[in-house]
Ligand binder design. Sequence first.
Ligand code: AHN
Ligand code: ZN
Length: 319
Amino acid sequence: MGLVMLGNCGGATGQAASGESDTADSAAIAPTDSTAAEDIRFDADSAYSYVATQVSFGPRVPGSESHAKTSAWLERELRRHGAEVTLQHAKLKAFDGTELPMTNIMGSYKPDKSDRLLLLAHYDTRPWADQDATAANRKKAIDGANDGASGVGVLLETARMLGAAQPDKGIDILFVDCEDYGTEGDDESWAMGARYFAAHPIKPGYKPSRAILLDMVGGIGAEFPAEYLSRSNAPEIDDAIRSAAARAGHSAKFPRKIGGAITDDHVELIKAGIPAIDIIDYRGGFCPTWHTMDDNMDNIDKETLRAVGETLFEYLRKN
Ligand code: AHN
Ligand code: ZN
């Protein structure tokens, strides 16, 4: 199933790994509107500004006004980019007894197609900078520029491209809630929105055939080795992503090696029988700003957003 989008990843360095170079643009066809096909490409400036806008709302802690403003904005943005939007609301009980009002937000492209590819990122942010070096900061809420906003930023930019190109395939973009209200040592306390999503079809009969999660995809010096559980449950998606990264000139950030096993939203999908991978920055541990007050715009690298966005774009073109 070829993708409608054209353009070999604007800004790509063109250094495809040997054996993975790719000259084909034959599958590309003109977009449905008057936009020139070559203009449809991942725009890292646009992705960056989508990250900055989220941060400008304030920490997106479930139940907060900033969170509510963000969900309303995400819904509007998906609609603006031509998606059919479905919302899922629930009240979830966190590990500490707090009731979290959950809103999962899904934008669908070509909703009538039965085969669905799900792209997702969490948009809530952690209420506590509990990994901060300074004890006085550990009860403060983080900006979550990387942990949360980066994945959403890349996917909003992807939504913009999908809206312009209208590829002939079923793609859903999910902004999932209540990922980061967890506590160490309790796996069930994380990824609560994704667990709810996996257990309660957001529309009748909804079950994607595969899923790709983006988490912490904007950090300085990021690396995206294969996440262990992704690799063992969905090696074909992981392989296709690494091939796409090589074609787009980003194999250095997507090395063919296996990183740690990470509790994250994708695990809930895997448990529900959906092959899923997690594209997550892992360097023998999470990035240095993880769950600290330094997870802010100063530590977002547009080139990291570009590498992930162009890789995803190249994957969508061929898969
Ligand atoms: C745990 O810390 C158990 N999992 C990390 C998942 C996560 C948190 N992703 C972003 N923030
Ligand atoms: Zn987190």
